[in-house]
Ligand binder design. Structure first.
Ligand SMILES: [Zn+2]
Ligand SMILES: [Zn+2]
Ligand SMILES: [Zn+2]
Ligand SMILES: [Zn+2]
Ligand SMILES: [Zn+2]
Length: 290
């Protein structure tokens, strides 16, 4: 960048900051993070909001948890942080950890990882904590924003969700058709089909034994780390193919024979069956078109 260009940018930023300062003064928006409100500083209040949000998520159904319930959850977070769960959407064929599950990653049930039972480190039964949701274990659904994987019946995955459990397609049944099981024709960035992937849970100790990374990134604090899924470094936010991670490629591939990872998805044999049935559905569709 040339010096002139840099100076022009700097001048623009200074003018912008002065304008913002002016507007803040006008509206009386002068937040003092050290000021005391209700017995704690403004900064402390913001910190506790962050902590609450990270541990509870939408599992409080829009109503603040009681002090007792929240304290219990905080204790669980502290108790499990020493051996917390790392969660990945993994390709079972190659062993790639294709997607790192973070606190806000979505499950098929429609709820975030942080709203699930991330503290069940012994059983790895990470069920959903949202009231009325019967999701038995977090299962990553590929997508974000307006893009979410669809079923081969061409309906949204949400049409297959019944109180958090994946079953037949509601939209198809309304139209007199039948789609009994969700199956996505989506291909991962690793090049393998969706059906060869599964959500896996590894404890810190299990990952350490495999020589994989276990540092905390998700806002750093030990008090909330247990709810941060697989986040370790900044590059863990990227799909494995795009990750700058000296461990990711070699060690995750080497770990594919480790059957101790609990798999929330169906085992590979079943997945193959799924692939077959989906092919059959596809065939039926082409026949119908003819
Ligand atoms: Zn749920
Ligand atoms: Zn769920
Ligand atoms: Zn379907
Ligand atoms: Zn459908
Ligand atoms: Zn993949």
């Amino acid at each position: 960048m040339s010096r002139a260009l840099f100076e022009r940018g700097l001048k623009w930023r200074k003018e912008r900051d002065a304008k913002i300062r002016e507007k803040r003064k006008e509206k009386g928006l002068n937040v003092q993070f050290g000021a005391y409100v209700d017995g704690a500083t403004v900064g402390d209040h913001i910190d506790s909001y962050w902590e609450y949000n990270r541990l509870v998520g939408e599992a409080d159904n829009g109503e603040l948890l009681s002090e007792k319930e929240y304290t219990k959850l905080k204790e669980l977070a502290a108790k499990t942080s020493h051996n917390r769960l790392f969660v990945f959407w993994k390709c079972l064929a190659t062993g790639n950890e294709c997607q790192v599950i973070g606190p806000d990653s979505r499950c098929f049930c429609g709820h975030s990882y942080k709203a699930h039972a991330w503290y069940n480190i012994d059983t790895k039964k990470v069920h959903c904590r949202v009231k009325g949701c019967k999701c038995p274990c977090f299962d990553y659904v590929v997508g974000h924003g307006r893009f979410w994987i669809k079923c081969s019946c061409k309906c949204d995955h949400a049409e297959h969700v019944h109180n958090g459990v994946m079953k037949w397609c509601k939209r198809c049944r309304k139209r007199g058709k039948e789609c009994t099981q969700f199956y996505s024709p989506y291909s991962c960035t690793c090049g393998r089909p969706w059906s060869e992937h599964a959500t896996i849970f590894e404890t810190k100790a299990e990952r350490k034994a495999l020589g994989k990374r276990v540092e905390n990134l998700g806002m750093g604090a030990a008090s909330t780390a247990a709810a941060c899924g697989g986040l370790t470094t900044f590059s863990s936010l990227l799909p494995e193919q795009e990750r700058l991670d000296e461990f990711a490629s070699s060690s995750s591939r080497g770990s594919r024979n480790n059957e101790q990872n609990r798999i929330s998805h169906a085992p590979l044999a079943l997945l193959k069956k799924k692939t077959k049935s989906a092919r059959a559905i596809g065939r039926k569709e082409t026949l119908r078109k003819k």
